[in-house]
Design a protein around this ligand. Sequence first.
Ligand SMILES: [Zn+2]
Length: 581
Amino acid sequence: MTQDTLNGPFRHRYLSHAALTRQLETWARDHPQLARLESLGTSPEGRELWVLTLGPEPDRQRPAVWVDGNMHGTELAGSSVALAVAEMVLALHLDPELLPGGWPEHQCRELREVLFYICPRLSPDGAEQVLRQGGFVRSAPRRTAGSPDRPRWRAENLEGDGRCRYLRRHDAAGDFVASPDHPGLMLPRRVEDPPPYWRLYPEGVIEHWDGETIPEPDWLADTPDFNRNFPWGWWPEPEQVGAGHYPGDAPETRAVIDFALAHPNLYAWLNLHTFGGVFIRPLVDAPDSRMDPQDLALYRQLAAWGQSLAGYPTVSSYEEFSYQPETPLHGDLIEFAYHQRGCVAQVCELWDLFQRLGLPRPERFIDHYTALDREQLERLAQWDRISNGQRLFGAWRPLTHPQLGEVEIGGLDANLGIWNPPPEILPSICDGLAVYWLQVASMMPRLVIEAVHCTPLAEGVHALDVTVANHGYLPSYGVQAARARPWNSGVEAEATTRGCRLHEPDRARRVLGHLDGWGRGLGDAAQMPWFQRSQGNSHQARVCWVILGEGEVTVRVASPRLGEVHRTIPIPGKSSTPGPN
Ligand SMILES: [Zn+2]
């Protein structure tokens, strides 16, 4: 490591694209044997979509895990956490003593075989605008092509202070009142509240202004949402806001789809968002009763680690994270990664603000986002004053707006404290998530040639028996949801000879199929003492060739997902005494 602790700058502040690029380039330059930097493509504003591959021999196919962050522009903390995972993987290779908590040597050794693909910022254009002027950007600061020219709010920094906050305008029918105790905090108006009343708008201007119609701000309309643009369960607008015109029509999401297709070796996928402090897992479109029980057991294991290592609960997207009950989201990334690419895939909404405010967990986690009452809103403002350096709520000042005339400007800037954790809290979030993801990466399947036996059958004739096995936690097919996909084929073995020859040359290549892993997740009856049992030896497969003559045989065992292992076995001549090899 170039530093003696895990202390990259991304743990303490939110990096610009230039600073993020410098960090990645520094790692690739300082550790060329471990880190390779590539671009998945270029954003419409010309920024690279970086992916850092970590692990020796990056082109040697083997099980891999993925982390992406910041696919929503405002959600900068995802970039920091993705970079923290990269930093911890480098420590795993260079100085495992630095890993928090003390990791067993055998686990570190196996983890060093895993490839990590780190894509810290999927929306560099969105993040750059947020860092430059604040305000909200869903995925990218651009309009969906062909969206109508209706009046809409566009964030613009009217005071030139680099932070987009709010506008408030006096109105006898206003729906907000100012908090008497917390300057800058606006409260939903109650019938008993005395005037003055206010209407709230984002700091900015109205595009396609007709001189009188003030549109309701809609931060999600007419702009791409990368997390609604993936192929699985994709629906068009208006049924799914932000969907785009077809799956992958945003260059950023298309780049991820293409990378995933080119990397069948991916087994686990972490898609980082903010905020909430919760892991979200499939299914997105159906209740848990419709999920494969084996996959559900795997996710129970992840949930246990998520709680103990990162401090966040795990919820099903369908059960607890659909904005309307029984109205699932369409075209999201983790569903693509789970159903189509066979990954243990999940979202993490970083930053447990609700927990910090001491709010009780509602029946459905998503209700946290709409449930704050007046007392709890004031608790937020109090937390901002005591623990967040008053980054959220600012004073109001008069302003003459170019379209609305006399208004006040100020109030909430949600970027540091709501949409993202305060930078002071980032180090502990980075540690928790990076350790968690290393733990998940420890589940990778591992293809081995377990045993080779060469047995004489007759003069100049040998039987070559090869046992291959999966020594890892996950099965070779990843998750059951994608087991039947044609590309998700199992293991094959092939023998090539030198000197000697095969008795049946057209059977040089054999299909061995999938190999189970030893892991069964949590909550499987087979683990309980009343019916404790193993899955037989379904982690192994055996293949036998009959060899004629003296020479050597190279056995290659491979699958598109597990990569390849091979061994060369000498086949003895007539005079030697053959035996186990
Ligand atoms: Zn998000």
